[in-house]
Design a binder for this molecule. Sequence first.
Ligand code: BGC
Length: 942
Amino acid sequence: MKIISQKTNKIHNPLGFQLDTVMLSYQVADTVSKSQEAARIEVATDPLFLTTIYDTDWSSEISSLGYLLEIELKPRTRYFWRVSVQGNSGDQCISDVAWFETSKIDEPWIGQWITSGDLTTESPVFIKTIQLSETPIKNVRAYFSGVGLYELYINDKKVGDEYLAPGCNAYDQWIQYQTYEVNHLQPGENEIRVLLGNGWYKGRIGFNHGGKTNQYGSNFELIGEVIVTYEDGSEEVFATDQSWQVSDSCIGLNNIYDGEIFDATKSPVYIPAQLSTQSLTERLKARRSLPIVVHETISPVDIVTCTDGSAILDFGQNMVGWVTFPINEEPGTEIQLRYAEILQNGDIYTENLRTAQTQYTYISDGNQCVVRPHFTFFGFRYVKVTGVTKLESFNQFRACFIYSDIQQVSKIETPNPLVNQFISNVLRSQKDNFLDIPTDCPQRDERMGWTGDIQVFSSAACCNMQVYAFLSKYLYDVAVEQEKMQGSVPFIVPMFDVIEGGSCAWGDAATIIPWNMWLHYGDDSILKQQYHSMKAWVDYIERQVQAQQSTEYLWDSGFHFGDWLGLDNEPHIKTFKGKTEDKYIASIYFHYSALIVGKSAEVLGLEKEHDYYLKLAERVLAELRKEYLTANGKLALETQTAYILAIMFDIYPKEFMPRAAKDIETKLARDQFKIKTGFVGTPYFCRALTKVGLNDLAYRIFLSTEKPGWLYPITQGATSIWERWDSVDEGIIHPDSSMNSLNHYALGSVIDWLYKDVCGFNPTEEQPGFKKALIKPAPNYRLKHIELESETAAGLYQITWTVTDDGVIQLSVTVPFDCSADIYLPDIHDFSQVESRGDILGVILEDGALCINVNSGAYHFTYQPTRDYVTRYNVHMPIRELLNNSETKAVMEKYIADVLALPFLGMLENESLSDIANKPFYKHEKEVLNSINHEVSTIIVQ
Ligand code: BGC
């Protein structure tokens, strides 16, 4: 037995974080036991546990998902903890020692806010030399914050490995400070230097016309304390005050959108720093943000010579961060790097960056050094370099890939390289946009926390990576900003200058994200933290609905983004909004959010509210059905998104699901099986098809390489998810540069279908956090095989299925220690027909599938399903599919060569041969169609 993954509030050994509650979690691996008999948690103030301050003793009540440690926390204290586990087979194990260290909590600050006063600067540098005594040092901590952004250096060495501190949040409400463990102070003189830049606080940022400066303030402000604890127990504090000095630094222009200019020829001229006239101390709070760190450094894969002769470095993938490189130039030499996502006509294309300049300039002072920007970041694959005169190799340019310190937890692999690339692109776009806040895109003059984008992606985000701490900080800000809006949820969090909100699907971020987090991580703390915000959003909607003074209880007022970027609203496409009615989408989300608040109230033991919100959800659902569904189950709206939402959010009662299947299929056929959905419909597109039994169609559309489609961008060389279905068309960028990011995760949310339906891997409300999983795979021969490995909050699950050429299904599942699962085998009713391995607890027949109840262990099932899983060609498929395969094409040529030769056949390629056979130009006997069908149905669709 081994204990792994010890976390405090889902963070590995957190230093100086805000700890509203302390949740200790862990996982158990490598054990013969299946479940936990008992566990014991011990907490001490020393790593050897000589001073144990808390001991649960052996208890059967401790859950590995989270043990709430209720002790009074002292400021600036490191608590060490370990856990012992006893399994049901009698084996035992004691963990390594993990720790968490508290911030200053409510300890008053000795440090004072200091500013650069009247100094004209875009980036001040503050300095102070401190004198340490000769007494041996036990430890040193630095507590710092600075706005806009800051970097702390001690004795010329950057402290910590994080960038863009103090992070991005609603600075008008709270400002985060960081805690650093400082290891390189020496007795005697030490120099502390802090460099500040504009960042989100005071640099150009925002939505309207490229944003504006000074959103949160116009002064650079710094506060800090270096606290030295000596071996003799004494303590010395070196704090920011008037004795510090300040100068203009080498950094000139700097902001998030435009980049940075560094003039190394400038020399500092120090003057006394001034005390700040405004006190930000009340807003100063311990950090919630995870640090932004460099996760990878990448060399260029190619060097392209631009039409103007300069070099363009190709890093092979769209990414976020910056390029670092060595300088060895004559004084005054100016080097420029311009960042872009794509090349067009042999040069970098920057129009889709809108007003963002995305440029780094370095002016050399003749010294050799390695440089990087400090207070900006870029979304790029290509970097155009000008001004370099002496450089041995461009390979010395290294791209640093930055994002918040979150880890990937799942891996999916299939035999289809396009699908694998798609999965990798989704992950990349998630990493690229998880830079302290979940951004819409990382490159143009936006890069903001659009609530709708993360709402639609949140479930996928939780499957891909461990995002608990990252999203709980974002949600904390959602709640903070919501306070200013009487419960309405802003479009963007932090709001910057966009004081607007209240759009459905965007505002529902307040309810859907915490709910998805609870399901995936099984920790009630997130619902406790967010309940007020969740409820406030639903109450806000209810107030809007009541103000409409209508007899119906549907949401039919206010501004909504609708099915954003849906393709079905031509010729009004300029509005960027799909065709599906606002009132319908808004009311569906109203229903869903009310349902979530009702269920959350139950989790939190709030009975009255549980009752109230569930009733509200029921009422809205009834109204939705009354308005949009006829007595016979016909949906009143005929867009793809309308059908998808009706299926996913139970607008169709169960008995109408067959009709839903028929109607959505007809609708898609009418649209020639082309996707027309936007942000609202897309995440559920394939999920809805699988749910109503059109699994094969879901696969067919997902696997299509045509436009619009998920795999089309892969055929165009995409390395991240695009904002538009057709952001690039055969190498040519979409003409509308105003809304064309190549790094927008929203459309990638279909990956949720791969997890939850294709692999069938679902959390349960019964035991969230995957303590109990619902494993309901939907295998298909078009993909043939899939492997999923997912390191959940509860432990490592593995799911693999194969559909063999004989149509046999093989399914393997591994359920981790102390977990259980219901595994559904599709299309089999008799368990005696299944060859199985593993200790099965029980089998029942449910909804035409065998449901097998298991606990921890490895399981394997092989069976011949009751229906044919291997797809063979037939004449009811679009003729395009028959023409794409050489064997089926040959069959058609044998019988109907004249039809194939028709010049206008290309226009009919999405119609089936059986439909074409009814057209007047088709002159063959009916038997010919039967013969073709007979022959092509022996050929397997690969
Ligand atoms: C963003 C989107 C966002 C939208 C609002 C855009 O500019 O990039 O992703 O959700 O505005 O509809």
